[in-house]
Design a binder for this molecule. Structure first.
Ligand SMILES: [Mg+2]
Length: 201
Protein backbone atom coordinates (compact mmCIF):
# COMPACT_ATOMS: atom_id res chain seq x y z
CA UNK A 1 0.00 0.00 0.00
CA UNK A 2 1.34 3.43 -0.97
CA UNK A 3 -0.92 6.30 0.03
CA UNK A 4 -0.66 9.56 -1.89
CA UNK A 5 -1.82 12.72 -0.15
CA UNK A 6 -2.63 16.10 -1.68
CA UNK A 7 -1.20 19.13 0.18
CA UNK A 8 -3.47 22.22 0.02
CA UNK A 9 -6.86 21.82 1.73
CA UNK A 10 -6.26 18.11 2.31
CA UNK A 11 -3.26 18.04 4.62
CA UNK A 12 -3.14 21.78 5.36
CA UNK A 13 -6.24 23.62 6.56
CA UNK A 14 -6.38 27.31 5.59
CA UNK A 15 -9.76 28.24 7.06
CA UNK A 16 -8.51 30.13 10.13
CA UNK A 17 -5.53 31.69 8.35
CA UNK A 18 -7.52 33.24 5.48
CA UNK A 19 -9.92 34.67 8.02
CA UNK A 20 -7.07 36.03 10.15
CA UNK A 21 -5.21 37.66 7.25
CA UNK A 22 -8.39 39.12 5.75
CA UNK A 23 -9.31 40.56 9.14
CA UNK A 24 -5.83 42.06 9.60
CA UNK A 25 -6.20 43.77 6.24
CA UNK A 26 -9.60 45.13 7.22
CA UNK A 27 -11.32 43.32 4.37
CA UNK A 28 -13.96 41.32 6.23
CA UNK A 29 -16.23 41.72 9.24
CA UNK A 30 -15.00 39.84 12.32
CA UNK A 31 -18.15 37.77 12.55
CA UNK A 32 -17.72 36.20 9.13
CA UNK A 33 -17.38 32.41 9.64
CA UNK A 34 -13.77 31.14 9.81
CA UNK A 35 -13.90 29.36 6.52
CA UNK A 36 -11.84 29.85 3.36
CA UNK A 37 -14.89 29.69 1.05
CA UNK A 38 -16.77 32.25 3.16
CA UNK A 39 -13.83 34.68 2.92
CA UNK A 40 -13.49 34.15 -0.83
CA UNK A 41 -17.21 34.51 -1.47
CA UNK A 42 -17.41 37.64 0.66
CA UNK A 43 -14.49 39.34 -1.14
CA UNK A 44 -15.98 38.44 -4.52
CA UNK A 45 -19.33 39.80 -3.47
CA UNK A 46 -17.86 43.17 -2.50
CA UNK A 47 -15.75 43.33 -5.67
CA UNK A 48 -12.37 42.63 -4.05
CA UNK A 49 -11.35 39.71 -6.26
CA UNK A 50 -7.83 41.13 -6.69
CA UNK A 51 -7.38 41.30 -2.92
CA UNK A 52 -8.47 37.66 -2.71
CA UNK A 53 -5.92 36.67 -5.37
CA UNK A 54 -3.14 38.59 -3.64
CA UNK A 55 -4.09 37.16 -0.25
CA UNK A 56 -3.64 33.64 -1.61
CA UNK A 57 0.00 34.45 -2.35
CA UNK A 58 0.48 35.68 1.20
CA UNK A 59 -1.25 32.68 2.79
CA UNK A 60 0.41 30.05 0.59
CA UNK A 61 3.75 31.85 0.79
CA UNK A 62 4.88 34.22 3.55
CA UNK A 63 2.29 33.12 6.13
CA UNK A 64 2.03 29.41 5.35
CA UNK A 65 3.70 28.34 8.57
CA UNK A 66 0.74 29.76 10.49
CA UNK A 67 -1.63 27.28 8.85
CA UNK A 68 -2.48 24.15 10.80
CA UNK A 69 -2.77 20.58 9.65
CA UNK A 70 -6.34 19.26 9.58
CA UNK A 71 -7.25 17.50 12.84
CA UNK A 72 -6.10 13.90 12.74
CA UNK A 73 -3.85 14.31 9.69
CA UNK A 74 -0.55 14.17 11.54
CA UNK A 75 -1.77 11.25 13.65
CA UNK A 76 -2.62 9.45 10.41
CA UNK A 77 0.89 9.99 9.07
CA UNK A 78 2.46 8.89 12.34
CA UNK A 79 0.40 5.69 12.40
CA UNK A 80 1.12 4.97 8.73
CA UNK A 81 4.82 5.29 9.44
CA UNK A 82 4.55 3.05 12.53
CA UNK A 83 2.88 0.21 10.61
CA UNK A 84 5.13 0.53 7.58
CA UNK A 85 2.59 2.04 5.15
CA UNK A 86 4.32 4.31 2.68
CA UNK A 87 3.06 7.84 2.10
CA UNK A 88 3.82 10.35 -0.64
CA UNK A 89 2.79 13.99 -0.73
CA UNK A 90 1.80 14.97 -4.27
CA UNK A 91 0.62 18.48 -5.05
CA UNK A 92 0.58 20.96 -7.86
CA UNK A 93 1.01 24.70 -7.51
CA UNK A 94 2.67 27.51 -9.38
CA UNK A 95 6.18 28.40 -8.28
CA UNK A 96 5.11 31.99 -7.53
CA UNK A 97 1.74 33.63 -6.81
CA UNK A 98 -0.30 35.11 -9.65
CA UNK A 99 -0.32 38.47 -7.90
CA UNK A 100 1.70 40.26 -5.22
CA UNK A 101 5.14 39.46 -3.79
CA UNK A 102 7.05 36.71 -5.67
CA UNK A 103 7.19 34.19 -2.82
CA UNK A 104 8.57 30.73 -3.64
CA UNK A 105 5.43 28.67 -2.95
CA UNK A 106 7.21 25.33 -3.34
CA UNK A 107 9.87 26.29 -0.81
CA UNK A 108 7.14 27.50 1.56
CA UNK A 109 5.31 24.17 1.29
CA UNK A 110 8.48 22.19 1.96
CA UNK A 111 9.17 24.47 4.91
CA UNK A 112 5.72 23.70 6.29
CA UNK A 113 6.33 19.94 5.98
CA UNK A 114 9.48 20.31 8.04
CA UNK A 115 8.04 22.71 10.57
CA UNK A 116 5.11 20.38 11.27
CA UNK A 117 7.51 17.43 11.42
CA UNK A 118 5.85 15.65 8.51
CA UNK A 119 9.31 15.35 6.99
CA UNK A 120 11.67 13.44 9.24
CA UNK A 121 9.86 12.51 12.44
CA UNK A 122 6.73 11.13 10.73
CA UNK A 123 8.60 8.78 8.47
CA UNK A 124 8.57 10.93 5.35
CA UNK A 125 11.74 11.92 3.62
CA UNK A 126 12.38 15.03 1.58
CA UNK A 127 12.14 12.95 -1.60
CA UNK A 128 8.67 11.65 -0.67
CA UNK A 129 7.15 15.10 -1.25
CA UNK A 130 6.45 16.24 -4.82
CA UNK A 131 5.35 19.73 -5.78
CA UNK A 132 4.55 19.77 -9.48
CA UNK A 133 3.84 22.80 -11.65
CA UNK A 134 0.82 21.44 -13.50
CA UNK A 135 -2.17 19.21 -12.92
CA UNK A 136 -0.94 16.88 -15.67
CA UNK A 137 2.37 16.48 -13.86
CA UNK A 138 0.57 15.79 -10.60
CA UNK A 139 -1.50 13.04 -12.27
CA UNK A 140 1.63 11.53 -13.82
CA UNK A 141 3.44 11.68 -10.50
CA UNK A 142 0.67 9.79 -8.69
CA UNK A 143 1.06 7.04 -11.27
CA UNK A 144 4.87 7.08 -11.18
CA UNK A 145 4.84 6.80 -7.39
CA UNK A 146 2.67 3.69 -7.65
CA UNK A 147 0.07 5.11 -5.30
CA UNK A 148 -2.52 2.46 -4.42
CA UNK A 149 -4.70 5.22 -2.94
CA UNK A 150 -4.82 8.98 -3.41
CA UNK A 151 -6.51 11.44 -1.05
CA UNK A 152 -7.64 14.79 -2.48
CA UNK A 153 -10.20 17.45 -1.56
CA UNK A 154 -11.40 18.06 -5.14
CA UNK A 155 -13.78 15.59 -6.82
CA UNK A 156 -13.02 17.18 -10.19
CA UNK A 157 -9.36 16.28 -9.77
CA UNK A 158 -10.23 12.67 -8.92
CA UNK A 159 -12.47 12.61 -12.01
CA UNK A 160 -9.67 13.66 -14.40
CA UNK A 161 -9.55 11.32 -17.43
CA UNK A 162 -5.82 10.79 -16.87
CA UNK A 163 -6.17 9.83 -13.22
CA UNK A 164 -4.24 6.53 -12.85
CA UNK A 165 -6.73 3.71 -13.32
CA UNK A 166 -5.23 1.47 -10.63
CA UNK A 167 -5.19 4.13 -7.90
CA UNK A 168 -8.13 4.04 -5.50
CA UNK A 169 -9.71 7.50 -5.11
CA UNK A 170 -10.37 8.96 -1.68
CA UNK A 171 -12.28 12.26 -1.47
CA UNK A 172 -11.52 14.31 1.64
CA UNK A 173 -14.73 16.26 2.24
CA UNK A 174 -14.48 17.97 5.67
CA UNK A 175 -17.22 20.49 4.91
CA UNK A 176 -19.53 17.78 3.58
CA UNK A 177 -20.02 19.47 0.23
CA UNK A 178 -20.20 16.46 -2.05
CA UNK A 179 -22.39 13.38 -2.54
CA UNK A 180 -21.23 9.82 -2.13
CA UNK A 181 -20.17 8.24 -5.38
CA UNK A 182 -19.23 4.84 -6.71
CA UNK A 183 -16.14 6.51 -8.16
CA UNK A 184 -14.52 7.47 -4.86
CA UNK A 185 -14.47 6.71 -1.18
CA UNK A 186 -15.75 9.86 0.55
CA UNK A 187 -14.33 10.63 4.01
CA UNK A 188 -15.34 13.67 6.07
CA UNK A 189 -12.38 13.53 8.47
CA UNK A 190 -8.88 12.15 8.81
CA UNK A 191 -10.19 9.81 11.49
CA UNK A 192 -12.52 8.30 8.88
CA UNK A 193 -9.62 7.99 6.43
CA UNK A 194 -7.59 6.23 9.10
CA UNK A 195 -10.44 3.81 9.85
CA UNK A 196 -10.87 3.06 6.17
CA UNK A 197 -7.24 2.72 5.12
CA UNK A 198 -5.16 1.85 8.16
CA UNK A 199 -7.37 -0.05 10.59
CA UNK A 200 -6.78 -3.37 8.94
CA UNK A 201 -9.58 -5.35 10.49
MG1 LIG B 1 -6.13 20.35 -2.59
Amino acid sequence: MIIGVDFDNTLVCYDQLFHKVALEQGLIPADLPQNKSEVRNYLRKIGREDDWTEMQGVVYGARLNEAEAFPGARQFLRLASAIGTEVRIVSHKTRQPYRGEPYDLHAAARGWLKRYCVISSMGLKEEDAFFELTKADKLARIGACGCTHFIDDLPEFLAEPDFPSTTRKVLFDPNELYPDSADYLRCTSWEKIRESLLDLK
